[in-house]
Design a protein around this ligand. Structure first.
Ligand SMILES: [Zn+2]
Length: 715
């Protein structure tokens, strides 16, 4: 469950004012004829000109669009009229359309059709974009106007959506130091600059250790490994001038299958040690001192604004609100997770003893013996499951689900009528089933290719808002399935089918948005994976199973016994999964609550894990010196708990369906789902939205049950 959520999801990651906005141009502002800046034309209220994209056009387009946006901001900041909601906040919401259009193409070039030429442009633009953002967030005149509107709204509140956008805008500026005096602002900027270098150093050190610790195997050391894995290991070795050997690289995708299947215990230990020592080898690429410095600077920076610690500052606009609440959740699950590890280790020890292996389970044995326990206990053959999971049928299943819950209908768009950036991309029109009202377009880019990033993600080219007239939504899903020979079915694993539904959940969250202002489309980090995780649950509903999970040759529905096995196996190894995740999330939070003066990172990690009672048979999912989520940027600093936070909501919301008369297809619950959990996006406080859906706050019990942990007694 966690690993699924961790698969990166790109939901317009651009900060400040360039967030997924589009529509009517301001004629005098169009200064160039660069196609990437121009307003979208064609059917469906205008669509991106993906057929005219070129790498050469991107840099001038981006520079031009930034200039236009800065001119707009300047005009707002220097307005001689007193600041009002209309001439300040609404004007800011309306600005940045050119930039948003350029970012649509920039995102496609970066994620779907990248090239060395594009990456060079990207490297050139990154610092310019960073300066551009600082120029806006440090614009004193602009902030004073925002503050005036904000303060007036505290006396005389605006209508709810207007009030929310004022609150969010003010908060964002305030949290980024806009309220500081000139001297403190200067220090604030210095700290940020120093941090940005430390983040890059941190990431490069991890990358160095990933590239430079390769384990080469000889022919007689391949025991247990699958043919496909061996072939790719041989190819990597050849590419590295080690012909005739087999390379195990120092990455998760290489380490994980090797530790799961290799019969060579000594080599498992070596591969394990290489992987979990990244950034921690006591050499020039060691990250421990960098982390200490990052923590000190973060604390100093939030201290300028009067906060005690970084966690307190970071969580104020998240659903959890305070570090204490995030800690409470983690510590409520932790004992059950570590207790389950003990049981898993005992099961594995039994298997090892039965095999006569004469060992005690160590961290490099966990995956290997867990796999043996899985086969013995659950007897689940993943190849058999795959034969019932065809990509086309799964797509139909998602459309069916969207029809039942959201009343949507998906109709293929005639090929060639909407421009696409690759021939594999297919487009559907989304309409309301009853009224036939047009809602938007859904782009699907299903297959892996050179230049496409790995994993699966969802994004929008145009989001819904209504303050300048109603808009249609252009949303996309992107995956990396292997492209079949013409006419062959694409068969996928259960995990991949789940992820396919997950990303479609993000798309439905975009389509169903009913917000007035673009800012209200934004995501809240510990809430935004909830809607997508929830949609995963429809894959295993009876209606989907019986209609769409059919054998690719015989057309027979998947046997009930096989479904039962899949469901039984869903709680397998949850001790390992939950504990390795929680250990990282707890260390993330505790590091940012601690006093970082003279902190010894290695010692802190060791002692904290000891205090927590971390089982010795497994490590943190990301050890501190390699925890890129937290130290190669700020994206997930004191936010790694968010995956579990969202999963509590997911499990609890699923119960609402299970308890209802119509189960997962209950109309009343589905209506509430759309109305409160999807449509408001960030127009409503997430906690309040959830309460409106459920009639109460989420409880932890359902999550414990879903993970196969004992359910705590309710008082
Ligand atoms: Zn996601």
């Amino acid at each position: 469950m966690i690993s699924k959520s961790i698969k990166a999801t790109l939901i317009c990651s651009i900060v400040l004012f360039s967030s997924c906005k589009e529509e009517t141009k301001n004629p005098e502002q169009i200064m160039s004829d660069n196609i990437l800046i121009q307003e979208w034309t064609g059917p469906y209220k205008g669509v991106p000109a993906f057929d005219k994209v070129s790498v050469e056009a991107i840099k001038p387009a981006m520079e031009e669009a930034m200039k236009i946006n800065l001119a707009e901001i300047d005009k707002i900041a220097n307005n001689l009229e007193p600041a009002t909601f209309e001439n300040t906040i609404v004007a800011m919401e309306s600005a940045g359309k050119e930039l948003s259009r350029v970012f649509t193409y920039y995102g496609i070039m970066g994620s779907n059709v990248s090239s060395p030429e594009f990456r060079a442009v990207q490297a050139e633009l990154a610092p310019k974009l960073s300066d551009f953002r600082s120029e806006i967030s440090q614009n004193e005149k602009l902030f004073q106007r925002i503050k005036t509107v904000y303060e007036a709204s505290q006396e005389t509140p605006l209508e709810p959506q207007a009030q929310r956008v004022v609150d969010l805008t003010y908060k964002q500026f305030e949290m980024n130091g806009a309220n500081l005096n000139a001297e403190k602002k200067k220090r604030y900027a210095e700290i940020n600059k120093e941090l940005s270098t430390l983040y890059t150093d941190f990431a490069n050190n991890v990358l160095h250790d990933e590239e430079n610790y390769i384990t080469y195997l000889t022919e007689d050391q391949l025991g247990g490994l699958a043919d496909g894995f061996i072939k790719s290991a041989a190819k990597i070795a050849t590419d590295k001038q080690e012909d005739g050997k087999y390379a195990i690289t120092n990455s998760r995708s290489s380490m994980d299958p090797f530790l799961t299947y290799s019969t060579e215990r000594k080599l498992r230990k070596q591969v394990w040690e290489n992987y979990y020592s990244r950034g921690d080898n006591g050499d020039d690429y060691d990250n421990n001192k960098i982390i200490a410095k990052i923590l000190q600077l973060r604390k100093e920076r939030v201290g300028l604004m009067g906060y005690d610690n970084y966690a307190e500052w970071r969580l104020q606009d998240r659903m959890a609100k305070t570090p204490e609440k995030a800690m409470d959740l983690m510590m409520a699950v932790w004992p059950a997770a570590t207790a389950r590890v003990k049981e898993e280790v005992a099961d594995m020890q039994t298997v090892a003893n039965e095999l006569g292996d004469n060992i005690t389970i160590e961290p490099w044995d966990y995956r290997y013996y867990a796999e043996k326990v899985r086969k013995k206990k659950y007897d689940l053959d993943s190849d058999e499951v795959k034969q019932y999971l065809q990509l086309d049928k799964l797509t139909e299943a998602m459309f069916f689900t969207a029809g039942e819950l959201f009343n949507y209908k998906f109709t293929p768009v005639a090929e060639g009528s909407v421009p696409v950036f690759h021939e594999d991309v297919k487009v559907w029109e989304v309409t309301d089933k009853d009224s036939s009202k047009h809602i938007g377009l859904w782009y699907l880019d299903p297959f892996a290719r050179q230049g496409k990033r790995s994993g699966a993600w969802a994004t929008t080219y145009r989001s819904s808002d209504s303050f300048e007239g109603e808009k249609n939504v252009l949303a996309s899903n992107n995956s990396n399935f292997v492209k079949p020979a013409p006419g062959e079915a694409v068969l996928v694993s259960w995990d991949d089918a789940t992820t396919f539904f997950h990303e479609f959940g993000h798309a439905l969250h975009f389509f169903s948005a009913d917000v007035k202002y673009p800012t209200l489309n934004g995501g809240v980090r510990d809430y935004t994976e909830f809607q997508s995780q929830l949609l995963e649950r429809w894959l295993s509903t009876d209606k989907v199973i019986n209609q769409f999970l059919v054998h690719y040759k015989t057309g027979e529905p998947i046997p009930a016994a096989l479904v039962e096995k899949i469901k039984n196996a869903s709680t397998f190894n949850q001790g390992f999964g939950t504990t390795e995740y929680l250990a990282s999330a707890l260390i993330d939070m505790k590091l940012h609550l601690a006093d970082p003066t003279d902190i010894d990172i290695d010692k802190f990690e060791r002692e904290t894990l000891d205090e927590l009672g971390m089982p010795k048979e497994l490590p943190m999912r990301h050890r501190t010196p390699q925890f890129g989520h937290v130290f190669s940027g700020e994206g997930y600093a004191t936010a790694y708990y968010g995956y579990m936070w969202a999963d509590v909501l997911t499990s609890d919301a699923s119960e609402a369906f299970k308890e209802s008369e119509g189960g997962f297809y209950d109309k009343t619950v589905a209506d509430k789902l759309v109305k409160y959990l999807f449509a408001p996006r960030n127009a409503m406080d997430p906690a309040e939205a959830y309460r409106k859906f459920r009639g109460r706050d989420a409880k932890i019990e359902a999550l414990m049950k879903d993970r196969g942990f004992p359910v705590p007694e309710t008082k």
